[in-house]
Design a protein around this ligand. Structure first.
Ligand code: ATP
Ligand code: LTN
Length: 330
């Protein structure tokens, strides 16, 4: 069976529709027929200022949401990064393989460090992609389901794996990014040329899974639209409407062209009301399931501990092989 690995940061109380459509929806689909590992990457979340009580709360909330969205602990291994210390061990080795210039070209680092102000950005933000490479290579993953913004990090991971293999002997599987064309980038609904994001963007532009149905209804009805009045997919001229078409299509399963036909001759208001209905009804049972899961903390912790044990066993095999090939005395 092919291996799949992906990760998500517990940096917010709620995942958003971009996280779900760009990544987690594919995680759920790939559970069938693949050996899947899904990781809540709490160490990555430390690259921004964190509060201990919030980190704990958000890690548990992430687990509850992933389960509510359809990740099954029977089908896949769901775990917490910090509970598997081999991630730090391989992370260091990846840092020692990466060039300073190579790391400086990572666009996520450039974006996030410029927002923080170059001097206050953390060193951990700079080495973030090397820890991510370790996450992936530890599990010998074939596929990494992510949104478009992560493509460069997966390319770096492949480069590092190839470099290690050619210097020290075959050790790592070269992973492939698994990115859907249709939902690779969901945009902010208030600023439809920017990515919907947990850490930036206005609250009004981000559709959160844990938001109340009423709040999401209101947000979508106030989404920014474009000039003209035709509901047509045109990301350059009509970024707002195109983003809403993408969201509707991904959740309802109707094709974009069928939706264009359905709303021909109707105004933006009718269209936004329909998008709101689809989103709110899709998310309603998911939010309820997540809230219910959050009431039993022990059950969530049990699932995560079991996952971390399974993950740790696989990770240890890779670390042993890596150390042996490096010449570390064992
Ligand atoms: P931040 O904006 O704080 O970096 P994030 O919202 O990008 O956070 P992550 O935990 O970094 O969330 O990402 C989890 C997964 O969701 C990744 O695979 C990422 O590519 C995907 N993703 C995030 N935002 C979007 C989006 N707007 N459209 C599609 N996929 C997305
Ligand atoms: N960098 C990713 C989160 C992430 C990840 C991973 C994704 C950390 N480790 C391993 C895939 C595989 C992000 O910012 N979205």
């Amino acid at each position: 069976m092919k291996r799949v690995l992906s990760g998500i940061q517990p940096t917010s109380d709620s995942f958003h529709l971009g996280n779900y459509l760009g990544a987690v929806k594919q995680w759920v689909e790939l559970q069938d027929g693949h050996d899947a590992f899904y990781c809540i990457v709490d160490l990555h979340a430390l690259t921004v200022e964190t509060d201990p009580a919030l980190l704990r709360k958000r890690t548990l909330a992430s687990a509850a949401q992933l389960l509510a969205l359809g990740i099954s602990p029977e089908k896949s291994t769901l775990f917490v990064q910090s509970q598997v210390p081999q991630h730090n061990q391989l992370g260091w080795i990846m840092e020692c393989l990466t060039g300073f210039g190579e790391a400086s070209r990572m666009t996520q680092f450039k974006d996030k460090s410029s927002k923080a102000g170059a001097d206050s950005a953390r060193v951990g933000l700079f080495t973030y992609p090397m820890l991510q490479a370790a996450d992936i290579l530890l599990y010998q993953a074939d596929y990494v389901p992510v949104g478009e913004d992560q493509r460069q990090h997966i390319e770096l991971t492949r480069d590092l794996a190839g470099r290690f293999n050619s210097r020290y002997g075959q050790t790592f599987q070269l992973p492939e990014a698994y990115i859907l064309k249709t939902a690779a980038k969901i945009n902010d609904i208030q600023e439809p040329t920017a990515k919907m994001s947990k850490s930036s963007g206005s609250v009004a532009g981000v559709i959160e899974i844990m938001d109340s149905p009423e709040a999401n209804l209101k947000k979508i009805k106030s989404a920014v639209t474009d000039a003209g009045r035709e509901v047509k997919f045109d990301p350059i001229e009509k970024p707002g409407i195109s983003n809403l078409l993408t969201i509707h299509s991904a959740l309802s399963g109707s094709s974009i062209s069928a939706l264009e036909g359905e709303f021909a001759g109707k105004g933006y208001g009718d269209f936004k009301a329909a998008v709101a209905e689809v989103v709110v009804e899709y998310l309603r049972p998911i939010r309820a399931a997540a809230l219910e899961l959050l009431e039993d903390e022990k059950h969530l912790l049990d699932i995560l501990h079991q996952g971390s044990q399974k993950a740790g066993a696989v990770a240890q095999e890779t670390i042993s092989a890596t150390y042996k090939n490096l010449g570390v005395v064992l």
